[in-house]
Design a protein around this ligand. Structure first.
Ligand SMILES: O=C1C[C@@](O)(C(=O)O)C[C@@H](O)[C@@H]1O
Length: 239
């Protein structure tokens, strides 16, 4: 299916702002969140030293839906966490209906740890949607990689989420081909570029149906991110 405008998309583009550290959390506590973003991503890997009350997450989630993320080291964690610690951190903060970011490489591994199996079971009972991530810090994944990712996402009823590096017009061309592949998949997706063309790609992706569009509160965690408030205002103008 191809979409002509962002206004007739099955899942309208939403802006996600990432809470990466204690300063972001302090800012979010007093900010007018709905003017900044539609969804908050809680980066548990960046908040390891920050006391996080479940009750606080619950009240944030009541106004702004949460994505819980404990990023793998090889996909850009702010500080390292073992696989067991990552799964545990998500399980301990698992709120009803929150989205959970799990990497393709974690979900697609043949040997699932008992902790991951327990988490997936709890998520099924809780109604949590998986945002299945992949970060390519060197370039753009090829067609077969996207196909594999989409197949795994179908199995887990997950939103496919891919961040690719777009530093040249050659990479931009490849990125656009992958965007068309995702757009035609009839599956939920979130696609973005990092690097020189990152900001430009995020508007194009939103127009093509990318559901989750990431920005920052105070400082970018990857080159190519927008300030969340500006991204929200700009995406609202896309037609
Ligand atoms: O996964 C994502 C998306 C992201 O990589 C981006 O490109 O905006 C930034 C990360 O902080 C976040 O967890």
């Amino acid at each position: 299916m191809s979409h002509d405008t962002s206004s007739n998309l099955p899942h309208p583009p939403r802006v996600v702002t990432t809470i990466n550290n204690a300063d972001d959390l302090a800012f979010a506590r007093t900010a007018d969140l709905p003017s900044l973003c539609d969804v908050l991503e809680i980066r548990l890997d960046g908040l390891q030293e920050t006391p996080l009350e479940l009750s606080e997450l619950q009240s944030l989630h009541a106004t702004t839906p949460l994505i819980l993320t404990a990023r793998r080291e090889d996909e850009g964690a702010f500080s390292p966490m073992s696989d067991a610690a990552r799964i545990d951190a998500i399980h301990q903060t698992l709120l009803q209906d929150a989205m959970v970011d799990l990497e393709f490489r974690t979900l697609n591994s043949t040997a699932k740890s008992p902790a991951l199996t327990r988490l997936l079971e709890a998520m099924k009972n809780n109604g949590n949607t998986i945002v299945m991530s992949y970060h390519d810090f060197n370039g753009v994944p090829d067609e077969a990689q996207i196909r594999d990712h989409l197949a795994c996402a179908r199995e887990h009823r997950a939103i496919t989420k891919i961040a690719a590096t777009v530093n040249s017009t050659t990479q931009l061309q490849l990125w656009t081909e992958r965007l068309a592949q995702l757009e035609c998949s009839n599956q939920r997706f979130s696609f973005m570029g990092m690097g020189k063309f990152g900001m430009a790609t995020r508007l194009i992706a939103a127009s093509a149906g990318s559901e989750l569009n990431y920005g920052f509160i105070q400082s970018a965690s990857v080159p190519g991110q927008w300030p969340a408030k500006l991204l929200k205002a700009t995406i609202a103008k896309l037609s």
